[in-house]
Design a binder for this molecule. Structure first.
Ligand code: GDP
Ligand code: MG
Length: 137
């Protein structure tokens, strides 16, 4: 079941020099490929669309500020069960609860600054890919 997913390497990943580390883990999964990749500082409008489901939550405004605080990397990854697979590589939202071996578990301590976003379903992936890569079919 080949799928595609939208991944963001959050500004903490870029600031800390971990782009290669995180992209490398995705690249090394057999058969997956990166089909779009861009370094970009995200604007408020893009982030409002992306995080629409979280409007009104207490963490929403600090999350928006953090996500706009420096360049991020947006990528599209395609391959076998890639939606579930990248979520598994990332680990759960809270990096302290995330198992060692996962990206968040290995590198994170703060819930907001948890290194990576990955679409949570095929429907979310298609919605999010349109936001970040509107030219992609
Ligand atoms: P994800 O799908 O694992 O990224 O988690 P969510 O969709 O629930 O939340 C989106 C992002 O908001 C997370 O990745 C965190 O950066 C941040 N976040 C979520 N829950 C909390 C929280 O309880 N506190 C804080 N400070 N940030 C949160
Ligand atoms: Mg989410």
């Amino acid at each position: 079941m080949s799928q595609r997913t939208l991944v963001l390497l959050k500004p903490d990943t870029v600031r800390r020099g971990l782009i290669g580390e995180v992209v490398g883990r995705i690249e090394r999964k057999a058969g997956w490929s990166i089909t779009a990749l861009e370094l970009r500082t995200l604007d408020r409008g893009t982030l409002e669309q992306h995080y629409a489901e979280h409007v009104g939550r207490p963490f929403y405004e600090p999350l928006m500020d953090f996500m706009a605080s420096g360049p991020a990397v947006a990528l599209v990854v395609e391959g076998e069960r890639v939606v579930e697979g990248v979520r598994a590589l990332a680990g759960p939202t809270d990096p302290i609860a995330a198992a060692p071996g996962s990206i968040r578990g290995d590198f994170g301590t703060i819930v907001r600054e948890n290194l990576i976003h990955a679409s949570d379903s095929e429907e979310s992936a298609e919605r999010e890919i349109k936001i970040f890569f509107p030219g992609l079919a």
